[in-house]
Write a protein that binds this ligand. Structure first.
Ligand code: DX5
Ligand code: ZN
Length: 218
């Protein structure tokens, strides 16, 4: 695959004292999307940020907002996330009893619809839904925190998903989230991913803008 990967820096690792500057840096950079991690302290053992912060990000950001909901009952907030300016909404497989309905609700709000899979959730479970999805987010760490180590087994999961997408003529993009950096992005893209999230690799680096460029060039 010679198409350049989609790079989605995760704001979770940004310096929140300088949020405006961090977003301006992303605007200037080659980043394609801004990844927003919403955590509720129930589905994952951490609480991050919610609507007021996303609203502020929307006002400053020129890039699409790729919102990753790590919350129980995400269907309760789909309309609100649209209202505050999200472009892509990803819900976790593990949180949705009626996943098909939830995905339809996201699309009805004119957002792109994604499903995230925890590292233990079988990829095969998506076979009957893959044609309805715009994106699948493969978690390559256990969700909840930035700065964790990439789980190597994720590479097989990406390839398995790529095969499923092709088998079903689906247009779903594969995004990979957790422990992505300049050293492993090539393997991740070669395994079949279209997009990567990068938190610590970008924001904790000396020159975040340059790191984004490096990720983009593999
Ligand atoms: C983890 C989040 C990730 C996280 C990635 O639960 O979903 O998006 O911010 O951070 P890094 O790239 O540092 O692993
Ligand atoms: Zn995420």
């Amino acid at each position: 695959m010679c198409v350049k990967p989609i790079i989605a820096p995760s704001l979770l690792s940004a310096d929140f004292n300088r949020l405006g500057e961090e977003i301006e840096m992303l605007n200037r950079s080659e980043a394609d999307w801004i990844h927003l991690d919403v955590m509720d302290g129930v589905f994952v053992p951490n609480i991050s940020f919610g609507m007021p912060v996303i609203k502020a990000v929307r006002q400053l950001s020129q890039k699409p907002l790729d919102t990753h909901l790590m919350i129980v009952q995400p269907e309760r907030y789909i309309h609100t996330f649209k209202e505050i300016g999200c472009d892509l909404l990803t819900v976790h497989w593990e949180t949705c009893t009626h996943l098909h309905r939830t995905i339809a609700q996201i699309k009805e709000e004119d957002m792109l619809a994604g499903v995230a899979l925890n590292p233990h959730t079988p990829v095969a479970g998506l076979e009957d839904m893959i044609q309805d999805l715009d994106l699948v987010l493969i978690m390559s760490v256990n969700p909840g925190f930035g700065g964790q180590k990439f789980i190597p087994r994720s590479l097989h999961r990406i390839t398995e998903l790529r095969e499923m997408i092709e088998r079903n003529n689906s247009n779903a993009l594969i995004e990979v989230d957790g422990g992505v950096n300049v050293d492993n992005i090539k393997d991740i893209i070669n395994a079949g991913a279209d997009a990567v999230v990068a938190g610590n690799a970008v924001f904790k680096s000396e020159n975040p803008e340059e790191t984004i460029q490096k990720l983009k060039q593999l």
